[in-house]
Design a protein around this ligand. Structure first.
Ligand code: ADP
Length: 881
């Protein structure tokens, strides 16, 4: 059996269901007129029974010719020297050369017509610089030498129809997948016949804001897709929406945010969002309360191959391979060299290993080995058991790119995206030791395989053809084979949760130390998962900057909605730089309903400060058993509880094609894997257990509290943001506001008067802000009754060591510029709100510095300086400059 290659028609059914003669999920093709097929797609095979399934696939032409008894046209196909050489070397039967389907050649020409640089970038995950490695934390782990390897030869074989873990997540995944099938044309479709990827972009602009489910919670920016538009914002709002450009911001993100109202710029400290590289943890301190970045501190704990394994093996040692057996056994060299040698000696040359750099990507520096002499024992590498019997589709190896979004680590909220990518090797698989050097056979990275002459593009997201499929097409394909895709997806969800949990403690600790606001962080992970011949999923690695570069329609079909859904779910608010009056004045234009009282970010919603009562509740709940806390924790909700639940409900409401896999009513099963019980996880557990089947009741209960602004009751130590008021410029441009700016729900500062020049409100100094930051070691003295502090009492603060020269100043104040001058300047510069792509950036950036002159900032010079210093550090890291 070992190494035996089955051609598709011969391959035995993989699932008992298939042999039992159960009906397959096949269906008729939809009416062609209602769902026009993409021009390049072909679909010839019809699914009848499991053993005759032949959707189009990486070598579809050859395969369909075999079936039809036709002559392989592939003989005429160009064959790379590399491939010829490898095949001869391997000693295996010379493979039939892989010929692109006719359609695919057309596709290839379209595709290859794309810019080289895009080609270069597509599907390449970003490297995690070794410089990003942070000091080793408290976990010092070694491989347990006595442990048996968790290679795919283990006896603990689990049927593909079981979940294979004590943690059952069936309910999580099945819904999204159950409707997918392959129609009679071999195209992935829904049960109702509609094609999966037939959705056309919205013909007219979409609403620019998306209201919350709850009263007195500001709306979020509504992100459309890269090929859609939202209604343009009024200038005074649009000019606040700045997206910070970094060198690695993918084009699809840039298009999405630009079409949704943001202006992309390199030079501003007032940016609202950015999509960049991972940073060292202390740099997160520079992220301000109104800014969002696409990382959490410390996620290298799962994003680096060596750290991932160390965290994983800690849990494996504690909970056993039944729970933590989904990463192939790994050794981190040079530390684990003796253990690796012992494994080599024990297992002999029959076993294969894969050697990888610990923090690299794109298949760089990877080789498959089977002899000790091939292992670079002095190098810093990870050596992993090679999955030598992968599940093959038409004799070709593939892996899956699964997208996972974490919106919060405390409470832990994990979302699994319903779609993803399936990446095929470009040469048919062969288990012989002599073929190990063929990267086109053993590696599935696009970056590697794109240079293979046999690589075939697939532009039709619904087709099972070419060397890249969508995950949904794979589900359709597997389902047609009789595979229980829901069970498989549940196992993937299980693997994802456990992996995230393996790094959770460190990330929570780092976030608490370095991140000011709950608003600031979210992270998209790319999980690379491979299936073995028994359809067990194995985690190969986690990418913390998964590639979002999209060079083909197939990529766009997956990554376009992914990015829009992600940005919608994490909820970007308009920065809180408009007065309440301005907000009220604009509200009518947006038609958001009566319960929306403000347009801008309300930082109270995201504060991490707790009242003493809330702190006491946390301590108490953490000491209870599950049965005890299930009722008690939600019996009486604190304002802080409500804020968390409101965020979670709104997030679910905007989840699009993301499915929340943690928390659910079932996921308390995973609490045991965590370092310690956490209050918010328990709160969410109780909430889900109570309301998972009656969402409306949950929302009603929260709404009743929000209507009374209960959720906005924050501890006394909470400081309202510094005033960033737009002065006459906004008024002038709006032509309707004459009164000065105020903070939402805040009494006017004493010195603030409509007739006087705008008074600037000071902000907390950096150190003060950090002091007021909740810390486990420092119980805060907060008064739950006082909601909003009166900032007018606080004059501009000097920081120690700051002398007269660099004192607080309302620098660059607006009154130095006449409104008319400014507005005509803006007109001349052509600055407009949002809807501006980077192509225009160079010109715009010149205006950026000037534009900040319109803002009266209530910051002390010393804070600005200090902040600036941190910012520079931050930008350097973000941009790799
Ligand atoms: P990179 O970060 O460079 O992409 P990966 O760990 O994802 O590194 O490995 C690259 C490719 O090598 C994978 O896409 C997969 O095809 C193959 N691969 C990696 N590890 C294994 C393994 N343990 N068994 C089988 N194939 C593997």
């Amino acid at each position: 059996m070992l190494g035996r290659q089955w051609s598709s028609p011969q391959r035995p059914p993989l699932n008992p269901l298939a042999t039992a003669g159960l009906p397959l999920n096949t269906m008729k093709a939809p009416d062609a007129s209602s769902s026009p097929r993409p021009p390049h797609s072909t679909a010839t095979s019809t699914i009848a029974t499991p053993t005759t399934v032949s959707p189009q696939h990486p070598i579809c032409k050859r395969h369909s010719l075999e079936i039809s008894g036709g002559v392989a046209e592939s003989e005429n196909a160009p064959l790379s020297l590399h491939n010829k050489r490898q095949r001869t070397k391997s000693g295996s039967d010379p493979m039939e050369p892989i010929v692109p389907c006719q359609d695919n050649s057309a596709i290839a020409s379209t595709d290859c017509g794309l810019k080289d640089e895009m080609e270069q970038l597509e599907d390449d995950d970003n490297y995690l610089d070794s410089s990003e490695e942070e000091a080793e934390d408290e976990f010092t782990l070694t491989n347990n030498e006595d442990e048996e390897s968790c290679g795919e030869d283990d006896q603990s074989v689990i049927s593909c129809v079981t979940v294979g873990s004590t943690c059952s997540l069936r309910s999580v995944a099945s819904e999204a997948l159950n409707t997918i099938c392959i129609n009679e044309n071999g195209v992935a479709a829904n049960e109702d016949g509609s094609l999966l990827y037939s959705e056309a972009p919205a013909p007219s602009p979409l609403p620019s804001l998306s209201p919350s489910l709850f009263s007195h919670v500001p709306p979020a920016i509504n992100f459309c897709q890269y090929n859609e538009k939202t209604v343009e914002f009024p200038l005074a709002i649009g000019r606040l929406l700045k997206w910070r450009f970094t060198n690695i911001t993918p084009l699809i993100v840039r298009k999405t945010v630009a079409n949704s109202g943001y202006r992309i710029t390199k030079k501003t400290l007032q940016w609202c969002g950015t999509w960049g590289k991972h940073m060292k943890s202390p740099c997160f301190k520079a992220v301000r309360d109104f800014q969002k970045i696409n990382h959490f501190p410390g996620t290298f704990q799962i994003g680096r191959k060596d750290k991932l394994w160390k965290n994983f093996v800690r849990l494996q040692t504690k909970f056993g391979k039944e729970e933590f057996g989904f990463i192939p056994k790994t050794f981190v060299l040079p530390g684990d060299v003796k253990a690796l040698k012992a494994a080599f000696d024990k297992e002999g040359v029959k076993k294969k290993w894969i050697v990888k750099p610990p923090a690299s990507a794109r298949g760089t520096g990877i080789q498959v080995v089977h002899k000790w002499s091939q292992v670079p024992i002095d190098s810093t590498v990870v050596v992993q058991r090679y999955i030598s019997r992968p599940y093959l589709i038409n004799d070709t190896k593939f892996d899956m790119r699964i997208y996972v979004l974490v919106t919060s680590f405390h409470p832990l909220r994990i979302f699994l995206y319903q779609d993803g990518l399936v990446r095929f090797a470009s040469v048919q698989y062969n288990n012989a030791s002599t073929s190990l050097s063929d990267r086109y056979m053993h590696l599935t990275n696009y970056s590697v395989n794109k240079s293979s002459s046999s690589y075939t593009h697939n532009v039709d997201a619904g087709q099972c053809q070419g060397h890249k499929w969508t995950l949904k097409s794979l589900w359709g394909y597997l389902k047609a084979k009789g595979v229980d895709t829901s069970a498989l997806w549940s196992r993937v969800a299980d693997l994802v949760i456990k992996t995230v949990i393996s790094g959770e403690h460190d990330i929570v600790v780092r976030s608490r130390r370095n991140v000011r606001s709950r608003y600031s962080c979210h992270e998209l992970f790319g999980f690379d998962v491979i299936l073995d011949e028994r359809l067990r999923p194995w985690l190969l690695e986690v990418n913390i900057s998964p590639s979002l570069h999209s060079a083909s329609p197939l990529d766009h079909s997956v990554k376009g909605p992914l990015i829009a859904d992600l940005l919608n779910m994490v909820a970007f608010h308009i920065p809180d730089k408009l007065s309440q009056q301005q907000q009220t004045s604009f509200l009518g234009d947006f038609n958001l309903g009566d319960q929306v009282s403000g347009l801008c970010l309300d930082r109270r919603l995201y504060t991490r400060l707790l009242t003493p009562d809330e702190q006491t509740k946390h301590v108490k709940v953490n000491s209870l058993t599950r049965n005890e806390y299930l009722t008690s924790v939600i019996e009486s909700l604190t304002p802080d509880d409500v804020r968390h639940l409101v965020t979670a409900e709104d997030e679910m409401h905007r989840a699009g094609k993301f499915t929340r896999i943690f928390p659910t009513a079932e996921t308390h099963q995973y609490f045991g894997f965590m370092e310690k019980p956490r209050y918010y996880n328990r709160l969410m557990d109780a909430w889900e257990t109570t309301y998972c089947n009656s969402r409306e009741k949950a929302i009603e209960r929260l709404e009743a509290l929000c209507a009374e602004k209960y959720h906005l009751r924050v501890p006394q130590a909470f400081k309202m943001p510094k005033v960033l008021c737009y002065r006459q410029l906004s008024s002038h441009q709006l032509g309707k506001l004459s009164s000065p700016a105020t903070l939402p729900n805040q009494p006017l500062p004493r010195e603030h008067s409509p007739t006087q020049p705008q008074t600037v409100q000071p902000s907390l100094s950096q150190s003060q802000e950090e002091e007021s930051y909740p810390s486990l070691s420092q119980p805060s003295q907060m008064n739950s009754n006082q909601i909003i502090p009166n900032l007018s009492q606080q004059g501009p603060k000097k920081r120690p060591g700051v002398v007269g020269k660099r004192k607080w100043r309302p620098k660059r104040v607006a009154h130095t510029l006449k409104p008319a001058v400014v507005s005509s300047y803006l007109l001349v510069r052509g600055l407009s709100a949002g809807h501006t792509l980077m192509e225009e950036e160079e010109e715009e950036e010149e205006g950026e510095e000037e534009e900040q002159m319109e803002v009266v900032e209530g910051e002390t010079a010393s804070v600005e300086k200090s902040d600036g210093v941190e910012r520079i550090q931050h930008l350097k890291i973000c941009d790799g400059k």
